[in-house]
Design a protein around this ligand. Structure first.
Ligand code: SAM
Ligand code: DTB
Ligand code: SF4
Length: 356
């Protein structure tokens, strides 16, 4: 039994990274199959609701006002457009819509505007996620009241390496936001980036930080750095693909129940590498041709990949309509599935699996 733990030592997590690849993958698969449907992947679509001109100095980010990345700044996206983009994402098969803004922290009017967006998206029958920078507890509560399901706020890297990447807010600021989000009853989405020049120990330390939070994040995005020209990290060395897979596998083992998201960086990954990431325990992706400002595989490519691998879309437990009282892991109706609500077991033609 691989029950969630919150007492990981750095040495233990480093020891996981040091395992032979096959042994690490075997352990990750054991944990994955104990807690999740092995062939189901949750799909979220991102929308940048306010782009560029961010006052922060995150060295990886094309949206910082400090770097010449050629990105055009954009004002807040109108409500109608948010609704239309969310509907399109739902029609394409996404179950969660994530709204991201290039803010250090939102102002009062910003939270009100995002709350209105959350209500619209929720009304479409999608899960909602937002990533708006630092948040106070009352702001988190306001978003929760509007129907927000998840808040994304990444630690990005280890506490030790953090100062090399961001100087305009502290690691503790990030932990404070995560606590505020948790206190408000929101699901926490928190992960980081691989490929910024960090050591394996930094990757282990980042995952130990996440795994030792009082409650594990429900969602853990593992991003591979998108090296954007003009940012200080544009020339960072490429990550060894196996080391990226190892990071996913260790996240899976250290946070057994979390959704581990294979996040940014998929556009430059081949199908074989993505398949290894799924084998390592990734069970969530960003879906749709754009992340916030950079590219992502298009829907046709992802559909083809899922078909090649026999992967089904994972329908979150709270969303599946018309499925009676299906149990977690049981077949439910999803996009493209024509079965009756009483169908209890997946067949080859079934396309969705209820989240455990
Ligand atoms: N401004 C808010 C904040 O920083 O919390 C929300 C948006 S910010 C773009 C969300 C996350 O995207 C960052 O914390 C970082 O982990 C990820 N990210 C940004 N640029 C990236 C890049 N070039 N490659 C990989 N991940 C990136
Ligand atoms: C996360 O961990 N990755 C997403 C989401 N959370 C907001 C963002 C990735 C951004 C990649 C660079 C860009 O598109 O601007
Ligand atoms: Fe701003 Fe977020 Fe980019 Fe940092 S990661 S520069 S806070 S948009």
């Amino acid at each position: 039994m691989n029950a969630p733990r919150h007492d990981w030592s750095l040495a233990e997590v480093e020891a996981l990274f040091a395992l032979p690849f096959a042994d690490l993958m075997f352990r990750a698969q054991q944990v994955h199959r104990e807690h999740h449907s092995a062939n189901a992947v949750q799909m979220s679509t991102l929308l940048s609701i306010k782009t560029g001109a961010c006052p922060e100095d995150c060295a990886y980010c094309p949206q910082s006002v400090r770097y010449e990345t050629g990105l055009e700044r954009e004002k807040l996206v109108p409500l109608d457009e948010v609704r239309a983009r969310a509907q399109a994402a739902k029609d394409a098969g996404a179950t969660r819509f994530c709204m991201g803004a290039a803010w250090r922290s939102p102002k009062k009017k910003d939270v009100e505007a995002v709350a209105a967006m959350v209500r619209e998206v929720r009304a479409l029958g999608m899960e909602t996620c937002a990533t708006l920078g630092m948040l106070t507890r009352s702001q988190a509560l306001e978003l929760k009241d509007a129907g927000l399901d998840y808040y994304n706020h990444n630690v990005d890297t280890s506490p030790e390496f953090y100062g090399e990447i961001i100087t305009t807010r502290t690691y503790q600021d990030r932990l404070d936001t995560l606590a505020a989000v948790r206190d408000a009853g929101l699901n926490v989405c928190c992960g980081g980036i691989v490929g910024m020049g960090e050591t394996v120990r930094d990757r282990a330390s980042m995952l130990a930080t996440l795994a030792n939070l009082p409650q594990h994040p429900e969602s853990v995005p593992i991003n591979q750095l998108v090296r954007v020209p003009g940012t200080p990290l544009a020339g960072a060395a490429a990550v060894d693909p196996f080391d990226f897979v190892r990071t996913i596998a260790v996240a899976r083992i250290a946070m057994p129940k979390a959704s581990v998201r294979l996040s940014a960086g998929r556009e430059v990954m081949n199908d074989e590498l993505q398949a290894l990431c799924f084998l390592a325990g990734a069970n969530s992706i960003f879906y749709g041709e754009k992340l916030l400002t950079t590219g992502n595989p298009d829907v046709a490519r992802d559909r083809a990949l899922m078909t090649r691998l026999g992967i089904e879309p994972l329908i979150p437990a709270g969303l599946a309509a018309g499925n009676g009282d299906a149990q977690p892991g049981e077949h439910v109706h999803g996009p493209g599935c024509a079965h009756e609500p009483t169908t209890a077991r997946p067949t080859a033609a079934c396309s969705a699996t209820r989240q455990r």
